[in-house]
Design a protein around this ligand. Structure first.
Ligand code: HEC
Ligand code: HEC
Ligand code: HEC
Ligand code: HEC
Ligand code: HEC
Ligand code: HEC
Ligand code: HEC
Ligand code: HEC
Length: 443
């Protein structure tokens, strides 16, 4: 039926009868269609496949602009804007917009001016920031004198884009134009544009998790096209990113604030609890409870919390304090990225330490261990500490390294092996074991 309506609508647009399609199409939109059907037929067909088309929400309803708006342009007798900002969508979807605006997603454009700004702009370069950082985080969209958009800042669908009207974000980061479908936004691939790679591999973690495996196995049985989509009621086999972070559960509505269910900040150099974390934890556990028993979910969180404590206490806090101590004692400068140890430390928490925590939080064992704590430990013992020693010596202050060893390594039984080596009996037993296993001498 839907397909038939679409074909019918296609014919009607071509023959100029657009007013018959779906709900009533406004006279203004009919004029837009008269040109745009010819100019960009792909775009029109996308729109005709949307629930906006069915509800009579057309080109003009979204793109119309008021006089005085920063990006308003005279366009064939109409005042239009290319950008349809969250504020514009919010005229009809106030709740989604309000939630989105209070989320971290909406702030992702602001944080580009942090110490990372140095990494992007100075160490990389502006053109790399434009096609890299800002395509995920969002640009500050600038309007040219003639009302067109500055190509240094547009095209862009970064999640925290700063729009000419001052609003923040892009709804089409997830609801790709011009279908604006919720079915599409429920799929993990939509988040995977940004949530992947060496410093936040949520997509890869998900793919290796049992949840991701089940998603691929039963994707077509998850009823993702249903208007309502509640875990345990509308689908059973697997949760997607949206299930856990956005979609409704039996006791919670859909939320456009992706932080509503997070008890930890897992991307900070040292993880800390979020505000109101107990409540957020209850929210997330409620999602899990559609498919798992409470004790199982508690076990999962016990493992996660222990893991975060291990990362924080054994590696992250000492590494941060050691670097500060090197600065205080004048061994290294207080600047970022001007010494080898700055880069080592950066990768320790920003890449390896995050991967580890994200692996643990979303059941990806390879990321928790091999791409995670294994890399953190390897870095800490074989690069970070040796570089602290080297830098102390070079600065003519070898006693600073001794101070570090006394304060951070000898004082913690978990690091003692680094000074004293392993128990020789355990080493022998291990060698013996591998000698038998591989039938060859092991050194
Ligand atoms: C007389 C034909 C015509 C009419 C009527 C028309 N358009 Fe266009 N529109 C075009 C063409 C051609 C382009 C591409 C060239 C350009 O940017 O002007 C375009 C471009 C656009 C763009 C992209 C601008 C940019 O550069 O980013 C938007 C948005 C747009 N039209 C919306 C609308 C809307 C909304 C309406 C109805 C209110 C409408 N158009 C009516 C012909 C038309
Ligand atoms: C539900 C709101 C909505 C409707 C309806 C809508 N648009 Fe758009 N349109 C957008 C958004 C959002 C963007 C992307 C700009 C942004 O990121 O803010 C966009 C971008 C565009 C662009 C420029 C981007 C490109 O890919 O070239 C054109 C041209 C355009 N729309 C034309 C149209 C026409 C023609 C119609 C009617 C068939 C239409 N739009 C209907 C929201 C809408
Ligand atoms: C003029 C009012 C209006 C504007 C502006 C508008 N929408 Fe909608 N939107 C609707 C209506 C009506 C529906 C269909 C009924 C419903 O599902 O609520 C809808 C449905 C949706 C849906 C659900 C689609 C589905 O798969 O069922 C999404 C997602 C959506 N809109 C996103 C947006 C975004 C993003 C923008 C801005 C770029 C926007 N809308 C602008 C009125 C509007
Ligand atoms: C592939 C998309 C992508 C690119 C490219 C990217 N980021 Fe990010 N960035 C993200 C995501 C996703 C997060 C959130 C990670 C998380 O929550 O685990 C993030 C987090 C951050 C944070 C931490 C925010 C916080 O609240 O703690 C900063 C700062 C940051 N990015 C800056 C940058 C800079 C600067 C660049 C370019 C030099 C860049 N990013 C490139 C996607 C990207
Ligand atoms: C991070 C991705 C993401 C962004 C950004 C996003 N949405 Fe959504 N949105 C979703 C998902 C996922 C759903 C489907 C929830 C579900 O399973 O019902 C959804 C559903 C919706 C719906 C349908 C709500 C319902 O209960 O039927 C509307 C309307 C909507 N979004 C509007 C918006 C608007 C407006 C914006 C921008 C202010 C926006 N969305 C930004 C992911 C996103
Ligand atoms: C266009 C890029 C982009 C897309 C698409 C995207 N995100 Fe994000 N996301 C980010 C960035 C960047 C951050 C970090 C924002 C910050 O800290 O300022 C982030 C942060 C988050 C956070 C942490 C929020 C918090 O309060 O700490 C969650 C959870 C999240 N995203 C989930 C999702 C999910 C689920 C999807 C898909 C439905 C998604 N994101 C789609 C870029 C994106
Ligand atoms: C089975 C549920 C589940 C699925 C599926 C899931 N997540 Fe998560 N996610 C979690 C949990 C649990 C946490 C940690 C919650 C806490 O802090 O208490 C988390 C944390 C996060 C964070 C916050 C990281 C930070 O730096 O603080 C981001 C971003 C995120 N997930 C994105 C995604 C993306 C993208 C996907 C899909 C590729 C996804 N998640 C799939 C449950 C899930
Ligand atoms: C839509 C149903 C569904 C939801 C919601 C769901 N899961 Fe699962 N989960 C499953 C299924 C099915 C399995 C596979 C069980 C098996 O290994 O046989 C699974 C497996 C797991 C595993 C085992 C991983 C492994 O490698 O053995 C953990 C841990 C887990 N889920 C935690 C969670 C947590 C925590 C949440 C909520 C944040 C959650 N799940 C939400 C269905 C779900």
């Amino acid at each position: 039926m839907k397909r038939f309506l679409k074909i019918l609508a296609g014919c009607m647009v071509i023959f100029g009868w657009a007013g018959f399609a779906g709900a009533a199409i406004s006279d203004q939109t009919k004029e837009c269609l008269a040109c745009h059907q010819e100019q960009m037929p792909g775009l029109i067909t996308q729109w005709q496949s949307s629930s906006h088309w069915q509800s009579g929400v057309g080109c003009y309803e979204c793109h119309k602009a008021e006089k005085g708006e920063a990006d308003a342009r005279e366009h064939n007798g109409f005042l239009v804007a290319t950008i349809v900002s969250p504020k514009d969508c919010g005229q009809c979807h106030p709740q989604e917009t309000a939630e989105q605006e209070s989320s971290h997603h909406a702030k992702a454009g602001d944080i580009l001016n942090t110490q990372d700004g140095l990494l992007g702009q100075t160490i990389g370069g502006e053109p790399a920031v434009a096609v890299g950082c800002r395509q995920c985080h969002g640009s500050i969209v600038k309007v040219n004198e003639d009302g067109t958009l500055d190509s240094a800042t547009w095209p862009n669908t970064g999640i925290g884009r700063v729009n000419p009207d001052g609003s923040k974000g892009t709804c089409s980061a997830c609801h790709t134009r011009h279908r604006f479908s919720k079915e599409q936004a429920r799929k993990p691939e939509v988040c995977g544009k940004c949530h992947l790679g060496p410093d936040h591999p949520q997509k890869e973690v998900y793919e290796e998790s049992k949840h991701g495996i089940l998603y691929r196995a039963y994707e077509h049985e998850l009823n993702m096209d249903r208007p309502k989509w509640v875990a345990g009621e509308d689908y059973y086999d697997a949760p997607t990113c949206a299930s856990c972070h956005i979609s409704a559960s039996r006791n919670q509505p859909v939320t456009h604030d992706v932080g509503d269910r997070l008890s930890w900040d897992l991307r900070a150099p040292i993880s800390k609890r979020t505000d109101d974390w107990q409540m957020k934890l209850v929210n997330m556990k409620d999602v899990c409870s559609s498919c798992h028993v409470a004790g199982f979910v508690q076990g999962f969180y016990d493992q996660l919390d222990n893991f975060v404590d291990l990362y924080n206490d054994k590696f992250a806090i000492p590494a941060k304090e050691i670097r500060s101590l090197l600065m205080d004692r004048g061994v290294i400068s207080k600047d970022n990225f001007d010494e080898k140890i700055d880069w080592i430390y950066w990768e320790l928490w920003h890449h390896e330490g995050r991967r580890a925590r994200h692996g643990a939080a979303m059941s990806g064992p390879d990321y928790a261990w091999w791409h995670g704590i294994y890399d953190v430990a390897k870095n800490f013992y074989s690069e970070f500490l040796p570089e602290a020693e080297e830098a102390s010596k070079k600065a003519g202050k070898p006693e600073v390294y001794d101070e570090i060893i006394d304060k951070y390594i000898k004082s913690d039984p978990r690091h003692i092996w680094f000074i004293e080596g392993f128990d020789p009996k355990k080493v022998d037993a291990m060698k013996q074991y591998y000698q038998e296993r591989y039938d060859q001498k092991v050194e």
